[in-house]
Unconditional design. Structure first.
Length: 147
């Protein structure tokens, strides 16, 4: 398996990463993904892809380094998804390990992510990967979703 950090403008963001990312975020159209990339990159958003030996993209991660008062510095994982047909093959573990290395290099104190309450399979994976449940995440919808 090969893990690749994709830079803005890399055509693999659309051709390889987006189809896998849409398994987790089906609302992302190519246009909306471009808009998020453009605005998000200025806020630190980065994308990483995992490739199988046959150069098929089998995993995607969206992440950023965040400085704040609670953790001082952390790597926050916005998105972490393994292609459905590649689950339980080590892709998620490889992506998390890669992101943890980025976090250590950036002198982060933590690696954080949120996971929707209904994603119990993902929760089992995160617990196996030694992530702890440390908070509740509260949200208030401010406008109806598009579409």
């Amino acid at each position: 398996m090969k893990i690749v950090d994709l830079e803005p403008g890399d055509p693999r963001l659309d051709s390889d990463l987006l189809p896998v990312l849409r398994e987790l975020r089906p609302h992302l159209t190519p246009q909306l993904f471009h808009e998020v990339q453009e605005r998000g990159h200025a806020q630190g958003l980065r994308f990483t892809a995992a490739y199988a030996d046959d150069d098929t993209c089998v995993g995607a991660a969206g992440w950023r380094i965040v400085d704040n008062t609670s953790t001082i510095r952390k790597l926050y994982v916005d998105d972490l998804v393994t292609a459905d047909d590649a689950r339980s093959t080590g892709v998620g573990h490889a992506l998390l390990s890669h992101l943890e290395e980025h976090a250590r290099e950036a002198d982060c104190r933590e690696l954080d992510l949120d996971s929707a309450t209904h994603r119990t399979g993902a929760h089992r994976f995160y617990l196996r990967e030694r992530l702890d449940i440390v908070a509740f995440h509260f949200s208030k919808m401010l406008r109806p979703e598009d579409g």
